[in-house]
Structures are given as structure tokens and as C-alpha cells.
Design a protein around this ligand. Structure first.
Ligand code: HEM
Length: 558
């Protein structure tokens, strides 16, 4: 495959598309991460190497920042910090309660106080670390505000006061994220290493403390820390991937031998990430996770496709690009962003892209591919024509190795028949990665798109040389087998933390912490088949499919 068959995805995106977002980083001097690629809207980044600095990926810490996260904002923004301190309280059970639990008076007083803060201009936040902290604080406030409110009818959107929505909408494009709590807020920017003065390192300086919390529980801290440990361990895997790409470029006999060794080492590193993921079982109490912590994560799409979404009061409608505004969907007033999920981590997606695991829907699938939760990312990737959903078509097809990445615009149209993954309803399907890309900081998103368009894909070479270099093919499959093992372990975690918990009533201890006067049986979520992930996916079917796609990528007989 030559470069002409493999256009860079960003180059194919129309200017101003939400996935492209170049102006948000290049035009504001506060975002010091401005790079050659971002500074040249419409031009593809240099694909000759994985120059990590361009993508905010550090050789030592991977997707975690190499320097300590900011702990607290200075005046006048400390008023947001104070509101956050008041919301979480001093210890477990001290903070605001989920809407509908308790009498709600304290929660109402807190919401009134937050609404009265007024709209602070954001211009004194003058560097990226402080902008990240501001996004984190405002996003935690946003979720505290929405979820401490009494439950509304299913048709009524939650209203976010201007004191939160306006600054959050101003800051979000500067950090390259949507205006909602993301994995970057809860994990990447929310942890400190044991020694803050040195970069995080899994062996000698692991992630040790967390900053933001909804519940102050050890479980919530453990949930963020174990995820951060996966990231820290992932740094070594990213370094190996970079070395592999260098060898791919040469592809002579010596390079192929080295590549074989690096791929075996990559398998070991992926296994480490899987083993760390299993530490969730000991570090996090599943019942606390499911009943106390996870409800705070719900996004504006939390009730599935018919969620009313959230309204960002006082927001300048032009603050978000036209394409991004489509996230609200047709006939819906509220914005329907998804809440945080470790699926938003760039790490495992980087493994998938590097090894070319294809998660695109296949025509041979009996049950049909995993549908998107309508109104969340669907709208971001599907172009809806004024004539309505029946005629909506994806306007731009971006190649993500074997997985086509579709980006929609209003200004181009192409016949539906050209797009085999389009459903009859006109809704265009996207892989989970395509949806999750929106929730990753822009440089990480760009990194993945860049990796996906590397001019010398690994898999092509492995297949071409499988007969003459069986050890290389076996090493490639070893890495895939490790990724499959990661997914098996992850499924055990999801089964314990979500599926099993949905079937049983919370204990008295948990109900006391919730301040919930309902009968335990009223809280059980029995429809396990219909369970959805934080990102809105039909859970078990989706995770099995991801695992099976990993095995399907193997090139030797198993
Ligand atoms: C208690 C711990 C965890 C729970 C309950 C959990 C839950 C979930 C759920 C529900 C999904 C489905 C997608 C969604 O809608 O969000 C998912 C997907 C995913 N999660 Fe986790 N997760 C946990 C820990 C982790 C960790 C530590 C990682 C590693 C970085 C991880 C990586 C992923 C990935 C990559 C996906 C996408 C599916 C795939 O590629 O197989 N998760 N997770």
C-alpha cells in the first residue's frame, strides 16, 4: 500500500470539523503544545516518525503528563476549588448525595451557591497545566451539579448554570476536549506520583495519590490509580512500538530480527497492563463502585438514545463548531456527551491500531454490528442532511488501516451504497474508537490518527513475510494473544463490577452511604442483557466482539 492509498486522516477532514480541531490549539498562545502539525490547519502532520512531543506523549510517562499535575487553581479561580471542596466534603459519605437520596436541602443550597458565583473570564488561566486543572474542576462541578439534583422526568434536560457552562465551554477547546468529565480529568490529570518532583514511573515512582473525587472513598481513588498505573506501564509498550516502526522503515534482515524481538517484548508489556487491570479486583470495592461512584460519571446520554441531554445555560452557541453542535442531535435541545470511561484511554486503542485489529462492523455478523447510541457520537460522525435522517450520509471516509473512519459534514454528500456500514435508519455506525476519539485530549487523538496512517503498516509486512519469517509472524500473534488476554481480564473486571452488581440489591452499608431511603429491591437493575457501558455500548456483546476481533487479526493457525 503506498502513501497515495493511505491519505492522512486529518488531511481528509474538512476544515473546522470537530475531529480536526486545529485552530483550538494553534490560535491561543496559552496552549504551549502548539506544534507544526496543529499550527498548519489543513496540512497533515509529518508522518516520518512518531515524534512524541508533537502529540503530548512522553517517552517516560506515555499518555500521563511528565510533570506534576496542578493541585489547585489560584485566585480568582479558587472560588471553583472552594465549591469543589464543599461538594466532596472531608471524608467518605460527607459529600453531596446523588439526586433523590436524602432530603436534598444541602445539595440545593450548594447548587444555589454555585449558580451565584457568576461567570468568570478565563483569560488569567495562561498555561496548559492550569487550563487542564480548570477543565477538571469545572467538569467535576458540572457532574456534581447535575447528579445532585432531584431526578427529572425523562423528557426534561438538566440545566447547567452559566457559572459552570460558560467557562467550561471556553476552556474545553483549549485542552482539546468536550465540555464534560473525561478519562483525562479523572485519570491523566488527576493523579500524582509518589515523588511529585520526578516523572511517574511504574517501577520506581508509581501513581500514588488522586486529586478530584466524588465520594472520597478508597475505592474511587483506587479506580483512578489503577487506571493511571496501566498508563504508566503502557509507556514501555509505546516505546517498543516506536522502535518497531523504526525497524519497519528499514525492513532488512537485521531489522526483521529486531522487530521479532520487540514484538515479543511488546506482548510482555501488554500482559503487564492486563495484570494491572486485574488489580481493580483488590483495590476497588465492586459494590461501592457500582452504586456510589459510577452514577456520578453518567453523561448527558446516560438514559440511552432518548436521553434529554444537558443544556449549557448562557452558552454562546458559536462557542462550539457547527459539527460539534450536531452532538445534540435533531429535535433535542440538550447536549448528549458521554461520561468518562477507561475506554477513552488512548493506550489500548494504540495497541489495536498498531497491530491492526479491525473493529469495523462486518457484513457476515449474524446479530449485526454494535450500534451507536443515537445522539452521542453518531451525530458527530454522521452528516444529517436538512431532509432528515433517512437521507443522511457520511460525507468523508477516512481510512484507519483496515477500519474506515467516517467523518460527516454538511457540505458534501455521497451515495449511501458506497458505505456498507450505514444502517437502514440512515445512522452511520462508528467503531468504539471513533466515538472515544472525541473524548481524548486533542494531541492524543492526533497521535492515534497519525499512528493509523503510518506509511509502513506492520501487519502488511508480517503477512508478506510470514512464509519466509515464521518467527516474525509468531511474535506478531504473541502480541495479539496478549491483547486478547488483556480483554479477557478486562471482561472479568466488568462482569464483577457491573454485571454482578446490577443483579443484586445494595447492602445496608451502601444504602446508608447513599442516604437512600428506598427499599433495597427498588434499586436493582435486573435487565442485565440490556446493560450499557458508560459510553452507551450494549456491554457484554460489545466486549466479546472486541476480544474476538483481536483473535481474528492473528496470521498463523492457532
Ligand atoms: C473497574 C474497572 C473497569 C470497569 C468497570 C470498566 C468498564 C468498562 C465498560 C463498561 C466498557 C464498555 C465501554 C463503555 O461503554 O464505556 C469498557 C470498555 C473499555 N475499557 Fe474498561 N473498565 C474498567 C477498567 C479498565 C481499565 C483499567 C482499562 C485499561 C486502560 C480499560 C480499558 C477499556 C477499553 C480499551 C475499553 C474498550 C473495549 C475494548 O477495547 O475491549 N478499562 N470498560
Amino acid at each position: 500500500m503506498d502513501a497515495a492509498d493511505h491519505p492522512h486522516p486529518l488531511a481528509a477532514l474538512p476544515p473546522g470539523h470537530f475531529l480536526a480541531l486545529p485552530p483550538t490549539f494553534s490560535n491561543d498562545p496559552r496552549t504551549s503544545l502548539t506544534t507544526a502539525s496543529h499550527a498548519a490547519p489543513g496540512l497533515a502532520p509529518n508522518v516520518a516518525s512518531l515524534a512524541a512531543a508533537d502529540f503530548d506523549v512522553d517517552v517516560r510517562t506515555g499518555f500521563l503528563p511528565p510533570t506534576a499535575n496542578v493541585t489547585r487553581l489560584f485566585a480568582p479561580y479558587d472560588v471553583w476549588e472552594d465549591a469543589l471542596d464543599a461538594a466532596r466534603g472531608a471524608g467518605p459519605g460527607d459529600g453531596l448525595r446523588l439526586g433523590g437520596c436524602g432530603n436534598g436541602k444541602r445539595e440545593q443550597a450548594w447548587r444555589e451557591a454555585v449558580a451565584a458565583i457568576g461567570v468568570l473570564p478565563t483569560d488569567q488561566l495562561d498555561d496548559l497545566p492550569h487550563l487542564r486543572r480548570a477543565h477538571l474542576v469545572l467538569a467535576f462541578l458540572l457532574h456534581f451539579y447535575v447528579h445532585s439534583s432531584p431526578p427529572k422526568s425523562h423528557a426534561t434536560p438538566a440545566e447547567v448554570p452559566p457559572s459552570i457552562s460558560v467557562p467550561l465551554l471556553a476552556i474545553s477547546p483549549l485542552v482539546g476536549l468536550p465540555p464534560i468529565l473525561t478519562y483525562a480529568d479523572t485519570v491523566l490529570w488527576n493523579v500524582h506520583a509518589a515523588d511529585k518532583s520526578r516523572p511517574t514511573n511504574m517501577a520506581s515512582n508509581p501513581p500514588a495519590t488522586t486529586l478530584g473525587s466524588f465520594t472520597n472513598t478508597k475505592s474511587e481513588a483506587g479506580f483512578y490509580l489503577v487506571s493511571a498505573e496501566c498508563e504508566a506501564a503502557g509507556a514501555a509498550a509505546l516505546a517498543l512500538m516506536r522502535q518497531c516502526l523504526d525497524e519497519l522503515f528499514l525492513a532488512d534482515e537485521l531489522a526483521l530480527r529486531r522487530l521479532t524481538v520487540y514484538l515479543r517484548q511488546l506482548a510482555v508489556q501488554i500482559d503487564r497492563v492486563g495484570d494491572i487491570t486485574l488489580r481493580m479486583m483488590t483495590e476497588v470495592d465492586p459494590e461501592e463502585f457500582y452504586h456510589l461512584i459510577r452514577p456520578w460519571f453518567r453523561g448527558g446520554d446516560g438514559d440511552g438514545p432518548n436521553s434529554p441531554g444537558w443544556i449549557f445555560m448562557g452558552a454562546d452557541e458559536h462557542a462550539l463548531s457547527e459539527a460539534e453542535n450536531k452532538l445534540a442531535g435533531d429535535n433535542v435541545v440538550g447536549r448528549k456527551f458521554s461520561g468518562p470511561s477507561a475506554g477513552q484511554s488512548s493506550l489500548v486503542h494504540a495497541f489495536d491500531i498498531f497491530l491492526t485489529v479491525d473493529h469495523a462492523p462486518r457484513p457476515d455478523e449474524e446479530t449485526g454490528p454494535v450500534p451507536l447510541a443515537t445522539g452521542t457520537a453518531t451525530a458527530a460522525v454522521a452528516a444529517k442532511s436538512p431532509a432528515g435522517p433517512e437521507t443522511s450520509t457520511p460525507a468523508t471516509v477516512i481510512k484507519l488501516n483496515a477500519t474506515p473512519l467516517r467523518a460527516g459534514t454538511n457540505d458534501e454528500a455521497s451515495p449511501a451504497s458506497e458505505h456498507p456500514h450505514q444502517q437502514k435508519s440512515g445512522v452511520v455506525e462508528a467503531t468504539f474508537l471513533q466515538r472515544m476519539l472525541q473524548y481524548m485530549p486533542l494531541p492524543h487523538r492526533t497521535f492515534l490518527l497519525h499512528l493509523s496512517s503510518h506509511p509502513t503498516p506492520l501487519r502488511d509486512l508480517v503477512i508478506k513475510r510470514a512464509d519466509t519469517h515464521p518467527a516474525l509472524a509468531a511474535a506478531y500473534d504473541e502480541a495479539l494473544a496478549a491483547l486478547r488476554r488483556f480483554r479477557d481480564k478486562h471482561m472479568r473486571v466488568v462482569s464483577r463490577f457491573i454485571v454482578q452488581q446490577a443483579r443484586r440489591a445494595p447492602s445496608d452499608r451502601i444504602r446508608a452511604l447513599l442516604g437512600d431511603a428506598r427499599e433495597a429491591e427498588e434499586i436493582v437493575e435486573v435487565e442485565v442483557d440490556g446493560l450499557r457501558g458508560t459510553g452507551g455500548t450494549p456491554l457484554i456483546r460489545f466486549l466479546k466482539r472486541c476480544r474476538d476481533n483481536t483473535s481474528r487479526a492473528m496470521v498463523t493457525e492457532q
